[in-house]
Design a protein. Structure first.
Length: 525
């Protein structure tokens, strides 16, 4: 059964009566909750996924291939009243995923029509004071839920969905991106009628004022894509782009970026009610990730653990209320690859302000790689030109990460905190992806032995004088020679000034002139 594009599903006559409860504020984003009932404010495009994803995992936006074709009519605005009562026609009523997540409307990007069909929606928005949360940072929050067939192709040819956020003002720097293919490990997939999906996921992007500030223009892109063999579909629901999620959400961070068997890995959970009314019987569930064993939970009053599942019941959570707690796990002996943790939810036994049940909402996948075999990764850095003349012209730093062996260098990352007095133009890796504006992190993936990867960073100097820039390299392995993990390059913005002579120098010059003059007179005699 093919869904009808552009058609608004389940149009209910009582929408007008519920207008008050759906009047959420989405700050900088135009129609961020799709409550206009259409795609006003969004640019729709279509393409065909005939080439599949390029490169190696983890895939990024740079992996996406876009052949001409497709049909934006495959997108649709979906509606139901009250929220989370609309049934996806493919998944059916037994699936826990219902729409809209908030308000009266959600958007569906792409359709269950195969033949390589893939669609994208894009919006640019300028951040204002209304996008600043109580922590003083600009926040971009949103909800999404993918629905993907699982044909069992190679990862690069599976249906997928993608979300990317760029800071257009700051050289189009990538602030966040997530590309998940069908049946990707670590994702909290569910199955209904043979099709994979997840419950609504909430994401919160707040990299800090140096990366995202009031006055910056950001661009968000969402893609739903069918498989690269042409016979299977993929689409994604989206809702509530803005500073606040008008409901329950949970986020999690890990205290380590790399672990080894026997290590303790601690996750900090932040739960929040961004809605306009209290939520009753709120609880967070965490299933400890594979290859780990539960160690402890910080809030023994509200939380308990049984069979590897931590359940925290916080009772009623007021509008605007939030809290934190920690769960610690021990990495098992023999663990390999990475510790992938995406099995955590926030939900409520109560109802939302419109009277419907609050379904489970999950947070983003957290992946922490395990230490790989020891090898030697080194970094070198150069600057060109050595003297920027005229001042303010482009300055290029070239960073090269080289694996000196003897093993594969796993999950290599290059970090470069740009010095004061320069503005980023671009950061381009030979593989992987670079994120950030002033603090740049380039995740390069694995580098074989022998092998190398490069990052080209172009900046515009804004201050005269010497520019010194240091970069570092790391990975999920023991580095046998950490002494070569840092490199610095310098350049001069503008011609170097002629140093002042001072009085001693002036006297010397006068004496030289006199001596030369006397010598010249003597030669004439």
């Amino acid at each position: 059964m093919r869904l009808q594009g552009k058609r608004v599903w389940l149009l209910v006559s009582c929408i007008v009566l519920l207008a008050g409860v759906s009047a959420y504020v989405y700050a900088a984003f135009t129609n961020g909750g799709f409550e206009s009932g259409d795609f006003t404010g969004w640019t729709q495009t279509s393409f065909l996924n005939t080439g599949g994803l390029t490169g190696t995992q983890p895939f990024s936006g740079a992996s996406i291939t876009r052949a001409a074709g497709g049909d934006i009519a495959e997108d649709a605005i979906v509606t139901a009243v009250p929220p989370e009562t609309g049934v996806d026609p493919v998944l059916g009523g037994s699936a826990s995923l219902k729409f809209p997540k908030f308000g009266v409307y959600s958007a569906r990007v792409n359709n269950n029509y195969a033949s390589y069909h893939s669609n994208s929606i894009v919006q640019q928005a300028t951040m204002s004071a209304a996008d600043v949360d109580t922590d003083g940072k600009v926040h971009i929050r949103f909800a999404y839920a993918p629905v993907l067939e699982n044909p069992g192709h190679t990862a690069a040819q599976q249906p997928y969905f993608y979300v990317g956020v760029r800071n257009v003002t700051k050289s189009n720097a990538l602030l966040y991106e997530s590309l998940n293919f069908s049946n990707q490990p670590g994702v909290l997939w569910k199955t209904s009628n043979g099709v994979l999906y997840t419950d609504w996921q909430i994401n919160d992007i707040a990299p800090g004022n140096s990366q995202l500030a009031v006055g910056d223009t950001v661009e968000i892109e969402v893609i739903g894509a069918g498989c690269a063999q042409g016979g299977h579909f993929g689409y994604v629901y989206v809702d509530a782009f803005g500073r606040d999620i008008p409901g329950l959400s949970v986020q999690k961070v890990a205290d380590k970026t790399i672990v080894a068997p026997g290590d303790t890995l601690t996750y900090t959970f932040t739960y929040r009610n961004g809605g306009s009314a209290a939520a009753g019987d709120v609880y967070v569930k965490e299933t400890v990730p594979a290859q780990t064993t539960f160690a402890s939970v910080s809030d023994a009053t509200h939380c308990s653990q049984a069979a590897g599942v931590v359940t925290c019941n916080f009772g009623q959570l007021a509008a605007g209320g939030s809290g934190t707690f920690q769960v610690a796990v021990t990495v098992n002996a023999g663990a390999t690859g990475s510790i992938d943790n995406g099995t955590y939810t926030i939900e409520s036994d109560g109802t939302n302000p419109t009277g419907s049940a609050v379904s489970p909402t999950i947070g983003p996948l957290i992946s922490v790689p395990l230490t790989g075999p020891a090898t030697d990764i080194a970094i070198t850095k150069s600057a060109a030109p050595a003297v920027v003349n005229p001042a303010g012209g482009p300055l290029t730093f070239t960073l090269t990460a080289t694996n000196n062996g003897p093993a594969v260098a796993q999950n290599v990352a290059v970090s470069d905190n740009l010095p004061a007095g320069v503005t980023l133009v671009s950061a381009t890796p030979s593989q992987g992806v670079c994120l950030g504006v002033s603090a740049i992190t380039c995740n390069l993936g694995n580098i074989a032995y022998p092998g190398s990867a490069t990052v080209t960073i172009v900046v515009t100097p804004t201050q005269l004088g010497t520019i010194s820039n240091t970069a570092t390299v790391s990975g999920s392995f023991t580095d046998s020679n950490p002494a070569n993990n840092s490199a610095t390059a310098t350049a001069q913005n503008g011609q170097e000034a002629i140093p002042a002579l001072g009085w001693p120098g002036v006297l010397v010059m006068i004496l030289l002139v006199i001596v030369v003059g006397v010598a010249a007179v003597a030669m004439r005699l």
